[in-house]
Structures are given as structure tokens and as C-alpha cells.
Ligand binder design. Structure first.
Ligand code: GLN
Length: 286
């Protein structure tokens, strides 16, 4: 389905990070080479990047194909950053369109993207109706972002917030594909859970850099594929990959507002009454 990418390293133009590689994210919008689901990513795009000295990233999102924005390549040529997260979107059936449904989703210092699908959406989320109504866009990714954000605000590390969200959703009976990508501008966390994920670390002449992406942007050496059901953490100097199941907590449930939310959200496309949601009402904010 979607393709996404995060970069950390020396200041580079958005054009160098996203467009210039022969099979970079820009080209992956119409010609992905390893995408397992869907063939074209024409339902919008988004770029988030950090400016020096400002912890809150800027975002540029559109609800149109990335190649349909003629101003983008020129703006990208002169916009430079040391930390970028971007995505091109192939909307899952039944999801909202428009720029608000396009990743990256953002809050404070964080940028988030989801490649995949929460099965049964939106009927499967009936039990969380009040949460659904508070989402920026009626798309499964915005819902999953709400769960991740809740864990980040509870003090979880990036990778822990991603992993625990997937495990909690699955423990609640949810199924789907959950390739997540998250950054705070200093490190990257990502999951391979149903679709492809790769990374490349370079120690250039001046400084090290790392790219984490759905698929390689070129055929040069250095790309490593991440096995399915793994959690990756990356900085320019270090990449670590661990099995998702390593993040299973000894006593799951009840620790964060997201745990209560997931417990209430039974992933049933039935007429289950949303009676259990009142306990968590207002506890998940975006
Ligand atoms: N389900 C998400 C959406 O509709 C992500 C889709 C994807 O990975 N292609 O935006």
C-alpha cells in the first residue's frame, strides 16, 4: 500500500532525500518495486521535516499525487533538513481522502506514518465511536496514531510505543498490517509488520546518516531488509532490530489510557454497544 521514508543525517535538501534517487520515494508513488499490496500511490502525500533549533517539525501535505504538484521539486531543491519523514499514499478501501488523511501525522515533536491497514475498518471500531469522531481524518492510520501518541505521552520510548500498540491491538483481536514509522527528529523507530521495510546507514566523508524506507531508493550496496514482525530503532550512528514479541509486557493491559481504549475496542464488526468507552472518554487526545 503506501510507501514511506525517514532520514537522519547531515543537512540535505528534501530533493536529495526524496526525489533524486532513481527509485526514491517520489518515483515509488507510481513505480514501487517491492510493494506487496496495491500498485500505485496516488492518493496524496506528505513531507515532515525539522528546522535547526526548532523541535516542532513543519509539514507539507496534499491530497493529490506527488507528481501532480509542479511546485514541489523546486521547493524541495532549496529546503534543507537533517531529519525528514515522508509518505506517499494508496488509500485503503473505505478510508477518507484529502490531505488530512495523508501521513505524516504529527503532534509536538513527533511525526508518524502507517503503511498497512486495520482490518474491518470502520465497522471494527464501532466500540470506539467517540474516539473516531475526534480523529483528524476518518482513516485507520489516524486511529492507530492516537494509540501510539497516547503511549508516547505516557513516556514510552519511540520503539516501545510502536511495538506495544501493535501487540495491544492484536491482543484485542485486531488484525491487519502495521508497518509504522516514527521520529522525534533525533532517532527513528519503525516496525515491519506485514509489508516491506529496509534501511541503509552511510558513514559519509563529513557525517553519518541513516535512511529507513519501505524499499530501497537505488540499487547501490548498503541496503538491508528488516524481517517481518521486527522493530527497528535507528540513529545516524546505530541501527538495532529486535523481534516484535520481545516487547510483550509481562502483565499487559491497564497501564496507559491506550490500554483501556484497546480493551474497549473489541475489533468486532458487530453491533457491540460502545458501553465501555465512557471510562476512557477524553483520555486520548491528539
Ligand atoms: N490504511 C492507510 C490509508 O488508507 C494506509 C494505506 C497504505 O498503506 N497504503 O491511508
Amino acid at each position: 500500500m503506501c510507501r514511506h521514508l525517514a532520514y537522519l543525517g547531515p543537512q540535505a535538501s528534501l530533493r536529495a532525500v526524496l526525489i533524486d534517487l532513481p527509485h526514491g520515494l517520489y518515483r515509488q508513488a507510481w513505480a514501487p518495486r517491492r510493494q506487496r499490496h496495491g500498485t500505485i500511490n496516488a492518493d496524496g502525500f506528505g513531507i515532515g521535516w525539522y528546522a535547526d533549533g526548532d523541535p516542532v517539525p513543519a509539514r507539507y501535505r496534499r491530497g493529490i499525487p506527488i507528481w501532480g504538484d509542479p511546485s514541489l521539486p523546486d521547493i524541495a531543491r532549496v529546503t534543507r533538513s537533517a531529519a525528514v519523514l515522508a509518505a506517499v499514499r494508496d488509500a485503503s478501501p473505505g478510508m477518507a481522502g484529502g490531505e488530512q488523511a495523508a501521513a505524516p501525522f504529527a503532534s509536538g515533536p513527533w511525526l508518524f506514518s502507517h503503511n498497512g491497514v486495520l482490518d474491518g475498518w470502520p465497522a471494527s471500531a464501532d466500540a470506539a465511536a467517540d474516539v473516531l469522531l475526534s480523529l483528524e481524518a476518518l482513516v485507520d492510520s489516524a486511529f492507530l496514531w492516537a494509540l501510539v501518541l497516547d503511549r508516547l505521552r505516557s513516556g514510552r520510548a519511540l520503539a516501545v510505543a510502536l511495538a506495544e500498540t501493535i501487540l495491544a491491538v492484536e491482543e484485542g483481536g485486531g488484525t491487519g498490517r502495521f508497518n509504522f514509522l516514527l521520529t522525534d527528529g533525533a532517532s527513528i523507530a519503525a516496525t515491519a509488520c506485514g509489508d516491506t521495510l529496509w534501511y541503509r546507514r552511510s558513514s559519509g566523508a563529513s557525517a553519518a546518516s541513516v535512511v529507513v524506507a519501505s524499499e530501497p531508493g537505488d540499487d547501490e550496496p548498503g541496503w538491508t531488509e528488516v524481517p517481518d514482525r521486527s522493530v527497528l530503532t535507528a540513529t545516524p550512528s546505530h541501527v538495532a532490530v529486535r523481534p516484535l514479541d520481545d516487547f510483550r509486557r509481562a502483565a499487559p493491559g491497564g497501564e496507559t489510557p491506550a490500554d483501556a481504549l484497546v480493551a474497549a475496542f473489541r475489533f468486532e464488526s458487530s453491533s457491540t454497544a460502545p458501553t465501555t468507552m465512557s471510562a476512557t472518554k477524553g483520555s486520548v487526545t491528539r
